[in-house]
Design a binder for this molecule. Structure first.
Ligand code: NAD
Length: 492
């Protein structure tokens, strides 16, 4: 763990093994932090808050600049840790770090984000706002972006003057520990960032402790609902990004090569373990005939260990995750869809023990099928065929999730109609994974989000701060009143 600026060994008797998903080799062990250790972490964050809050905004800005430099310089170390623990291919692991790094870079702009407003509301009377940090905040992360998601949380929390207790995923906490080392290296003071480990027990502690003012969560629906309810019941702010089922509508007038390449990359990249992975393609009219070409492109992708030079997708995170995805592929057959590319049992010669699922394409799916309704979170693309754009829009809007949706078309009018009628919160027009850069915010909605203030960007700053509104009266006439009183004051 990283508590009060020190890397400390847990005294717990409860350890979880972290296995390389490509080989099953145990690469690390992660502790279930004890209650005493969790107490210490929150206590150190609370003690550090008083001084950190008072540091000048310029020095916090400088720390962000130093941290971005340190992350950039250690990109390779971070990425290799991600490949080893999470399994994604090296180039994609660098992307994981890069997308988190962009949040740190954006936080170098904290001097603009923190500005308040001011108005002279009456003669000599001003009302102005200052934006203040909340105190100690907590972050709870999923496994699929071991660097990027911690970096959605703690840099924004720290730049705004909060201190933080972060719990990375118990399945791949290595990158978060490297980031903690980098924070120490650039001189972020002891206690400002703390890292604890574990699963439910740690989550239940962080979501109930009265010293923690806000909880950021990214992960699955079940944990997210529990964490949101428990945090808010304990009076905390909570932002919770949950699961997803992201659709791309393809119209027959689309630029076919661009659309099919984009869809294939977005469906199977990172073995489909992205919250913005494209998991459903809705083919309108004659575009239905393009399934064969999607299959052709998917078949050409190379499934391999993440450090292999030509690997396109690596293994899934655990044996259980693989088994679940395989069962959902089987359910598609049982429910009457056609599995036109079946990646189950894919042969990866150098890694016979890896949790591999090859790219899988399900065709002729319908919304009532389990493969459509559930988030598979693996390299599985589900194809649904419809006749019109209206039918496609209705289908996508009837899905409970609202993380992302895209359309591929050459028609500006259709794109415009899609943009205004689609319910999802992140919309791509000829863009397969429309995740906004950090000068915007991550705006998933409906069942993909609980809370009302999104991650990073302006919303992220708002989440971690509260406004104080001050009204002052400094009367000009008091300065102009130059008549000295020389007499003794009298009673009247
Ligand atoms: P997960 O929900 O299993 O775990 C996330 C975190 O919650 C972990 O730190 C874990 O320890 C904790 N946790 C899990 N179950 C818990 C419980 N019952 N009680 C308390 N804490 C619990 O998620 P995951 O498998 O690590 O990540 C994959 C999920 O995350 C997918 O559903 C994916 O869509 C989602 N995700 C969403 C976004 C987004 O921005 N919407 C981004 C990334 C991942």
């Amino acid at each position: 763990m990283f508590i009060n600026g020190e890397f400390v060994e847990s005294q717990t008797g409860d350890w979880m093994e972290i296995r390389n998903p490509a080989t099953q080799q145990v690469v690390s062990r992660v502790p279930q932090s004890t209650t005493k250790e969790l107490e210490e972490a929150v206590h150190s964050a609370q003690l550090a808050f008083a001084a950190w809050k008072r540091t000048s905004i310029l020095s916090r800005q400088r720390k962000m600049l130093d941290l971005q430099h340190a992350i950039r310089a250690n990109m390779d170390t971070l990425a290799r840790s991600i490949v080893e623990e999470q399994g994604k291919v090296l180039s994609d692991a660098k992307g994981d770090v890069m997308r988190g790094l962009q949040v740190v870079e954006d936080m170098a702009n904290i001097t603009n984000y923190m500005q308040g407003s001011k108005l002279e509301v009456s003669a000599d009377m001003d009302t102005y706002t200052v934006r203040e940090p909340l105190g100690v905040v907590a972050g709870i992360c999923p496994f699929n972006f071991p660097a990027r998601l911690p970096l959605w949380m703690f840099p924004v929390a720290l730049a705004t003057g909060n201190t933080c207790v972060l719990k990375p995923s118990e399945r791949d906490p290595g990158a978060a520990m490297i980031l903690a080392q980098l924070c120490k290296d650039v001189g972020i003071p002891d206690g400002v960032l703390n890292i604890v480990h574990g699963a439910h027990q740690t989550v239940d502690f962080l979501t109930a402790d009265p010293r923690i003012r806000a909880v950021s969560f990214v992960g699955g629906d079940r944990a997210g609902k529990h964490i949101y309810e428990r945090s808010t019941q304990h009076g905390k702010r909570c932002q919770a990004n949950l699961g997803a089922k992201n659709h791309a509508i393809v119209l027959p007038d689309a630029n076919k090569e661009h659309a099919l390449n984009a869809i294939t990359g977005a469906a199977f990249g990172a073995a489909g373990q992205r919250c913005m992975a494209l998991s459903v393609v809705v083919l309108v009219g004659d575009a239905g005939a393009w399934v064969d070409e999607i299959v052709e492109r998917a078949r050409a992708l190379r499934v391999d260990g993440g450090l292999e030079p030509d690997a396109d997708l690596g293994p899934m995170i655990t044996r259980d995750a693989l088994a679940r995805a395989e069962q959902l592929v089987q359910s598609a057959i049982d429910d009457g869809a056609q599995v036109v590319l079946d990646g189950r049992g894919v042969h990866v010669p150098k890694y016979p023990n890896g949790n591999f699922l090859g790219p899988t394409v399900i065709d002729h799916a319908t919304p009532s099928m389990r493969c459509y309704q559930q988030e598979i979170f693996g390299p599985v693309l589900t194809c649904v065929r419809v006749s019109t754009l209206d039918e496609a829009l209705e289908l996508v809007n009837n899905n409970r999730y609202g993380n992302g949706a895209s359309i591929f078309t050459r028609s500006g009018a259709c794109a415009r109609k899609f943009q205004s009628e689609i319910g999802a919160g992140q919309v791509g027009l000829n863009v397969p994974i429309p995740v906004p850069l950090p000068m915007f915010s991550f705006t998933g909605n409906r069942a993909s989000f609980l809370g009302d203030t999104n991650f990073y960007g302006r919303s992220g700053v708002n989440f971690y701060t509260q406004l104080k509104t001050i009204t002052s009266l400094w009367r000009k006439q008091d300065a102009d009143d130059r008549q000295a009183a020389v007499h003794m004051p009298t009673l009247h």
